[in-house]
Design a protein around this ligand. Structure first.
Ligand code: ZN
Ligand code: ZN
Length: 258
């Protein structure tokens, strides 16, 4: 038996006991040790979904998780019992046109943890024990589950930064200091950006972004002049707030060809 965090409706989140399924070929059992709360988890909790995606029946939440391998099917050789792993929440079909073109993240038959995109929904990973495919698990040098649980959102940040091209010598502006914005700041720092500036309208996340490696943070609500002084100096903008005003305002700050 394993406990799971199940969303029934907006503001109706329950801890329920579930049967633990036996392993089949290629599968492992992970004892979940850390999980990050994604914006989508919050949307299910507050609004029962987002856009056209609506909760139609109870679903286990969560997809940013890490844990320890406690059991493996006899045919699994890539992992050992006791390995600390990050779990890829997306299981692509491997057969559709997108998958065969190497764009597994665009799989047209994706099964993604804690997602009401399909009906029946795909249960998420906020469970004490999770049965998943060995190929979803990545055992890294990093052993701290809380850090490994950031692998999925950090992949988002690395992808965003790689789309921006070479950052050496460039000034990069990140609008939004939530987890994604802060991870983008870290990724940009690792990729050699000359200056990483992060904006938000809240002091607390800005302080975290500064500790995480941003060179400069600006509270765009309290200090609009500081923001305006960046006019035509930003080479790369990565919008991480989801706020229309942040995007519109930042476009004025872009350097030619930014
Ligand atoms: Zn997420
Ligand atoms: Zn596919």
């Amino acid at each position: 038996m394993s406990q799971a965090l199940v969303i029934h409706a907006p503001h109706d989140l329950r801890i329920e006991t579930r049967d633990v399924p036996p392993l089949t070929s290629g599968e492992v059992r992970v004892r979940v040790e850390a999980g990050g709360i994604c914006g989508s988890d919050l949307h299910y909790y507050h609004h029962g979904g987002f856009g056209a995606v609506r909760l139609k029946h109870p679903m286990v939440l969560g997809h940013e998780i890490a844990g320890r391998i406690i059991e493996k099917a006899p045919d699994v050789s890539s992992l050992e019992i006791g390995d600390t792993v990050a779990v890829n929440p997306g299981l692509a079909c491997g057969q559709c046109l997108q998958c065969r073109a190497g764009r597994v993240n665009h799989c047209s038959d994706m099964r993604f943890y804690g997602s009401a995109m399909r009906n029946p929904h795909v249960d998420g990973a906020f469970q004490q024990e999770l049965v998943c495919k060995a190929r979803q698990c990545v055992a890294g040098r990093q052993k701290r589950p809380a850090a490994l649980a950031l692998a999925e959102p950090f992949a988002v940040a690395l992808h965003a930064v790689s789309r921006a091209g070479a950052l050496m010598g460039k000034t990069l502006l990140v609008t939004g200091a939530g987890p994604i914005g802060t991870l983008v700041a870290i990724a940009a720092r690792l990729n050699g950006a000359k200056e990483v500036i992060v904006t938000d309208i809240l002091a607390e996340p800005l302080a975290v972004a500064l500790r995480a490696g941003a060179d400069r943070v600006i509270n765009s609500r309290e200090d609009p002049e500081a923001l305006a002084s960046l006019e035509r100096s930003v080479d790369v903008l990565i919008e991480c707030s989801g706020n229309e005003q942040a995007l519109r305002g930042a476009l004025d700050l872009m350097s030619p060809c930014g």
